[in-house]
Design a protein around this ligand. Sequence first.
Ligand code: FES
Length: 179
Amino acid sequence: MAETYTFDAKDLAEIEKLTAKYPEKQAAVLPVLWYAQDKFGHSDPAVQKLVSETLGVPEAHIRGVVSFYTQFYDKPMGKNVLDVCTCLSCQVCGGYDMLHYIEEKLGIKAGETTPDGQFSLQSVECLGACGYAPMLQVTNDKFVNHLTREKVDKLIEDLKAGNKPEFESNPMPQHEKGS
Ligand code: FES
């Protein structure tokens, strides 16, 4: 039987605050979906239905938003979601090599989750960090830049041990001292 999801009184109060910032409820779909995904861990069709009913916005519209953004998960995901960028800059710098290396290492293909629920893998469009190609993002949060096989090995080891990688901030040339 499909799981059902509900918002409690605290959730509804938070959602009320979010929707109050916009002239109409449909404009609040993104922040409310984000809130829902944070609570339930994903935005699968049952969560989409709940958001649709809560905001009075057609389910088809909610589904369209979820399917447009890779940041929204339309099914339950692993504990760590690895978004490997395979867009142009990352692609020419070995993004697909990194993706295939991770597929081999985890024994899954892009779009799948490991049987132990530890990792989901996605091939995604540009994450706005082209200068650091090839790169990936961990669960809509930390970026890991200038990927190599060694770096991927270390990252997966760290995540398995429950350690999040540090945010990698590499200064762009114009921000370097003395330039
Ligand atoms: S192409 Fe990969 S971050 Fe832009």
